[in-house]
Design a protein around this ligand. Sequence first.
Ligand code: ZN
Length: 509
Amino acid sequence: MAYRNLAKNANRSIGPTAPRKRYLAEKGAQIQRQDSLVGDLSRHPLTEQSINRKLQSYESEVKGRFERIVPLLKKVSALQHDQDFISSAQQFSRSELGFDLPTDVLEKAWVSPLDMRALFAWCVFQAYQQASDNFFKSDPLNGEKESNEAREFESFLNDCGFHLLDITPCADGRLAHSIAYVLRIPFSAVRRRSHAGALFDIEQTVNRWVKTEHHRYRESIPNSAHLDTRYLKVVTYHFSSVDPHHQGCAAHGSDDSLAASEGYQRLLDFREAIENSFCCGASVDLLLIGVDTDTDAIRVHIPSPDGTMSLDKWVSALDLYKETISMTKEEASQTILNRIKSGSDVTPDLGMADFIARLISNNISQIDYVRELHSGPYPDAGHAEKFIGVGIGFKEIHLRNLTYFTHLDTVEEGAADLDVGVKIFKGLNVSRDLPVPVVIRFDYSGSVPGARDRAIADCRRVDDAISVRYRDLVDDGLLHTLLTIRDRDQRSPAEAVGSSLNPSTKEVH
Ligand SMILES: [Zn+2]
């Protein structure tokens, strides 16, 4: 049922019509008038400006690579009958995008019109690979396991009473930056697996819990099993303050309370699964967070020590931002902690209160990030993703509206999610005669014999299933795939092992 809403709502989110554009403009202006934060350039004392600058430079660098593709291809298209077309096109591409265009496509320009769809898909795939290479080689977000940031956060998490943090955001591209930007958590210190509507798979999560506890017993990683710490499962649902009835979570028909209640129910079911399946008082801690996709401000449903939360009460980071902006850093931190401890119907555990306070303080930096960068809410309220990511992995994706995720093992099980992604891209790309770029990805563990080959086979199996399911698009050159794998035991980037752009060899040059 949720998926019907998902499909129905996906349509609404694409390519705003003139009346909707007008509505959004009016609504935006109204919000600007009402909200004294917008236009007021004073910054919150808790905002980490140097980190904001770093995050901004990373975002503009990566997104810039994708945004330069269409202007470059327009230039290349205009040159196609020139005498020195191939060398000029390559020169432009190298200087503006940093890579060559596929020569076999360019060489056909004298006899038939340039295959702009293939060139576009090639450029998107190259831009993705550049971003992946850079991410694993230079750790631009300081989130790798060995980084000081990750170590410090893991120790803080432990002090709060948690040995593993497992977060499920919605698969919507507007939540893809939840970890590194919205919550400011080093990515290696958290397990992230996105799902449509933030409705995570209970069995898979139970398996993950078992694996975590097993490591504690066998290796004392991340800590010894006799220590009284918990596995913390977090769901982040989302909503839109600018256009609540159209730009909320598509999986829940843009209904905030439904998104929150279904996320909460999934959390309770997960805990029940653990408690019923394992003895000795086995249990987990739960947390429910809402994200406003227009401002990135979070609201946290404070849990009581037994995990009970109120769905219609929360602590709002934006309210706390306004309340504490004139205070000193210390006063602001103390006020935030006090509100968490006593501002709701329930009193959380001290460790949980400290953890939430940290998330809210971190989120205050993100509120300023969005506000200063866009002089108000995000201008792209709806979908604006650059490619669909299908499979298991994508540890390197941490930017808003870059990727629509479909986490799946088989196309059959992820068909509903994938259909929604393709529908979104029909609006974003196919309507402009551009193809849907799909990056297939399967991570594997290099320490397991044969795992690499199985990951490649998984890529091909999913690629074949996509070709069958979206035959019309594929036949028209309107859906292209890049097949990638990655050894999760290494810091190496994703490795391309095939592409629809080069079907004969299944290799990408
Ligand atoms: Zn959603």
